[in-house]
Design a protein around this ligand. Structure first.
Ligand code: SF4
Length: 63
């Protein structure tokens, strides 16, 4: 299954991914971006987040 991953070292916590795909990306209590556990990830929304992430730190893992 394709799963989005965030390279946390490059994330600047701009919040764009949460705005674009709130069902997928969330801010953890520790203050970093976390991927929600979903049976299937909405490809269009995640692709939109990937496109808009200012540091290009979101990618798809697996297939
Ligand atoms: S869009 Fe990219 S840089 Fe911004 S919070 Fe999400 S993962 Fe981090």
């Amino acid at each position: 299954m394709k799963t989005p991953v965030v390279e946390l070292g490059d994330c600047i916590l701009c919040g764009i991914c949460i705005e674009v795909a709130p069902s997928v990306f969330k801010l953890s209590s520790a203050g970093y971006i976390e991927i929600s556990e979903l049976p299937v990830y909405p490809e269009t929304e995640v692709d939109e987040a990937i496109k808009n992430c200012p540091t290009d730190c979101i990618s798809w893992d697996g297939k």
